[in-house]
Design a protein around this ligand. Structure first.
Ligand code: PEP
Length: 254
């Protein structure tokens, strides 16, 4: 049985003070939420302070990106080595905003996964189609290209350590959520693809999160789907009451 994992992607939001205030609230409210894995992904400048709050709790710490080299002349970048040093456990890779605004490709995603695994970080690898691709029935083709490109050269043992987030780009920050059935269809496609690329055991082990306007009100329907193993949450992760309710609603029996 795969454990549900809810990760909050705070994107470019919250000063250190605001981040600490939010995570202190989550710590109070989610102390009992042991059936679900909970992760928060603040900006780099808040990582150390948030780590100090979540240390020893069931709330995990994630970063929103990393660079594939450990060190060197790469102004502005942060490496897996440095994230590990800062107490980070998870790292989002290939978010659609990074693909759209910062030139991320399946090839750079592939290199970043290696860097994450080399430093014992759990990659949360994002894939998803844009609206025009969905409307022209290219969703499966796009997902297949992204998944095969991202994981090219990775062994089954490495694959088992990776989390995939299916995030239809048209649903991110738009308030438009995929229905449970729409999301399940793509999650199943990804799991079947993993079975072809690896084996049944690997396909059944990998957790596949859904992302795109997840809110407390739609969490239960999404998490009840057999191949949805959690959520990557943007907007609703910025408010204590919403994120807490969302995590509570994610604890569904399958
Ligand atoms: C995200 O940024 O990964 C995301 C899913 O955002 P939102 O929940 O705001 O749609």
């Amino acid at each position: 049985m795969r454990k549900i994992i809810i990760a909050g992607n705070w994107k470019l939001n919250k000063t250190i003070k605001e981040a600490v205030e939010l995570v202190n609230g989550l710590k109070q409210d989610l102390a009992q939420a042991k059936e679900v894995d909970v992760v928060v992904c603040p900006v780099y400048t808040s990582l150390a302070d948030v780590r100090n709050v979540v240390a020893g709790t069931n709330i995990g710490l994630g970063a929103q990106d990393l660079y594939w080299e450990d060190a060197g002349a790469f102004t502005g970048e942060v490496s897996g080595l440095m994230l590990k040093d800062a107490g980070v456990q998870y790292v989002i890779i290939g978010h659609s905003e990074r693909r759209q605004f910062f030139g991320e490709t399946d090839a750079t995603v592939n290199k970043k996964i290696k860097a994450a695994l080399n430093h014992g970080l759990i990659p949360i690898v994002c894939v998803g189609e844009v609206l025009a691709e969905r409307e022209s029935n290219k969703t499966f083709e796009v997902i297949k290209t992204q998944v095969t490109g991202a994981f090219a050269g990775y062994t089954a043992d490495e694959m088992k350590k990776i989390i995939i987030a299916y995030e239809p780009v048209w649903a991110i920050g738009t308030g438009k959520t995929a229905t449970g059935d729409q999301a399940q269809e793509v999650h199943k496609f990804i799991r079947d693809l993993l079975k072809k690329l690896y084996d049944e055991g690997t396909a059944q082990t990998v957790r596949i999160q859904y992302g795109g306007s997840v809110k407390p009100e739609n969490t239960r329907e999404l998490m009840s789907q057999p191949d949805i193993d959690g959520a990557l949450v943007g907007g609703a992760s910025l408010k204590r009451d919403q994120f807490v309710a969302l995590v509570q609603n994610a604890n569904v029996k399958k």
